[in-house]
Write a protein that binds this ligand. Structure first.
Ligand SMILES: Cc1cc2nc3c(=O)[nH]c(=O)nc-3n(C[C@H](O)[C@H](O)[C@H](O)COP(=O)(O)OP(=O)(O)OC[C@H]3O[C@@H](n4cnc5c(N)ncnc54)[C@H](O)[C@@H]3O)c2cc1C
Length: 418
């Protein structure tokens, strides 16, 4: 049966896996990407996908450095310059503006599939990267010099390092025996791509209600993505409504900022789960993105953390090679884990605090959250600090993946890795 070898095997060619492959492939590593389903090609006439993300400036930096950003921009992206957050029935409100950071935008709303497509297009032009579609890992064998992944179609892939970027249900995580802690939120996200009577918008907004947040993310032109977080039972009821009844329900329950909805283009829902692996790495194995951690999406940070993982992992592997070390050794891989685990944990915990503080209707907590939003609005240094964090700026950003984009992000390079 066929057997192929490479330096790094990336299982999962989603946004995070394809980004890791692009950075490594461009720095001369031989990479194989194993992807279960490649995305359908872009069709400018198609409705916007349901799976969209608010990409931070730092994620944009990674995509720019590998050359995927112009390809994505040539398909569909929507910049946003402002964010508004407020509490229904209270006085607390915070407004963020890109001008506070001296940036032209705070980020872009993008369709996940198109980000993946833009990265895969970059990979197709690299002699160092091969993309295999269809087969998935069945068994993992770890040896002293290499790991062997046995695929469901009988092929074997040999690599010095295997990266699991195969999403929340990661098969590689399971095969490597990496344990995790997980908890379901008692909340689902109902998502609808809609066409509104308003034209192109440059603001994302989020309103907190006792049932859960409601949000609008602008897409190109008069299109927008609406997110309604609520109990699984309520979301199931929303799913039952026909388009006309759903439009009526949105208009009755969403804030007036939404304006009139002219059509529902797509709809669906997602169960929400927090998950974090205990260890990001095992001998010759590293996990990144949703394979390592999932987070409440209310602040739109999931894939942004994943891109930071991708950049950090690529930098650690690259540094190890220049130092003549084994890229699959625990000594090297623990550097990556130390770099990313605490940051991801901090963001997960921050989202949990939001989730819990903004739901209850009891008076003391309501006062606390309104005070919090008011202070965030008035205390400019705190506002700027939280905005910097949300846009992905960290004291230490990996140099390699950000390349030239680093300067504009004001990163200071890798922390002490030992
Ligand atoms: C409602 C909602 C809204 C969100 N909004 C935002 C947001 O605004 N901003 C943000 O940053 N994040 C957001 N997220 C989170 C974001 O979608 C995820 O963090 C992101 O998709 C993770 O990317 P990934 O590449 O790690 O995993 P995935 O996107 O899950 O990609 C995994 C890839 O691996 C492939 N694969 C799976 N299993 C196998 C296998 N066995 N073999 C080979 N290939 C395999 C899959 O086909 C897929 O291509 C949101 C999530 C939800 C649910």
């Amino acid at each position: 049966m066929e057997s192929m070898s490479c330096d790094v095997l990336v299982v999962g060619g989603g946004m995070v896996g394809a980004a890791i492959a692009a950075v490594l492939g461009q720095t001369g590593f031989e990479v194989i990407v194993l992807e279960k389903h490649l995305p359908a090609p872009f069709d400018a006439q198609s409705a916007h996908d349901l799976r969209v993300s608010a990409l931070s400036l730092s994620s944009q930096g990674v995509l720019e450095a590998v050359g995927a950003w112009p390809r994505l921009a040539a398909m569909r992206i929507c910049p946003f310059r402002r964010m508004r957050v407020w509490d229904q029935g209270g006085r607390g409100e915070t407004n963020f503006d890109a001008a506070l950071l001296g940036e032209p935008v705070l980020g872009h709303i993008v369709e996940n599939r198109l980000v993946q497509q833009a990265l895969l297009d970059v990979l197709r032009e690299l002699d160092t990267v091969r993309v295999i579609e269809g087969a998935v890992p069945e068994r993992l064998e770890v040896g002293a010099e290499q790991a062997i992944v046995h695929l469901t179609d009988g092929r074997r892939l040999r690599a010095r390092l295997v990266v699991g970027a195969d999403g929340a249900g990661s098969r590689l995580r399971e095969l490597a025996g990496l344990g995790m802690s997980a908890r379901d939120y008692d909340m689902h996200a109902f998502v609808a791509s809609v066409r509104t009577a308003q034209g192109q918008q440059d603001i994302t907004w989020q309103r907190f209600t006792p049932q859960g947040p409601q949000a609008l993310l602008p897409l190109g032109g008069p299109h927008a993505s609406l997110v309604w977080y609520d109990t699984p039972a309520t979301v199931a009821r929303l799913e039952q409504l026909d388009d006309e009844a759903l439009i009526d329900t949105f208009e009755r329950h969403f804030p007036s900022e939404l304006g009139r909805i002219e059509a529902i283009e797509r709809r669906g829902h997602f169960a929400l789960r927090r998950m974090h692996v205990h260890d990001y790495v095992a001998p010759r194995v590293a996990l990144a993105g949703d394979a390592a951690h999932t987070i409440h999406p209310l602040a739109g940070q999931g894939v942004n953390l994943g891109f930071l993982d991708a950049a950090a992992l690529a930098e650690v592997i690259h540094t190890a090679r220049t130092e003549g070390r084994d890229i699959g050794s625990m000594r090297v891989l623990r550097r990556y884990e130390r770099w990313r685990k605490a940051d991801n944990h901090l963001m997960q915990t921050g989202m949990d605090v939001f989730h819990h503080v903004f739901r209850p209707q009891n008076l003391p907590l309501r006062l606390v959250r309104n005070l919090g939003l008011t202070l965030a609005e008035r205390l400019k240094p705190i506002k700027a600090l939280s905005l910097r964090h949300a846009t992905g700026r960290r004291p230490f950003l990996p140099r390699l993946a950000y390349g030239l984009a680093l300067e504009s992000l004001e990163g200071r390079g890798a922390p002490c890795l030992e």
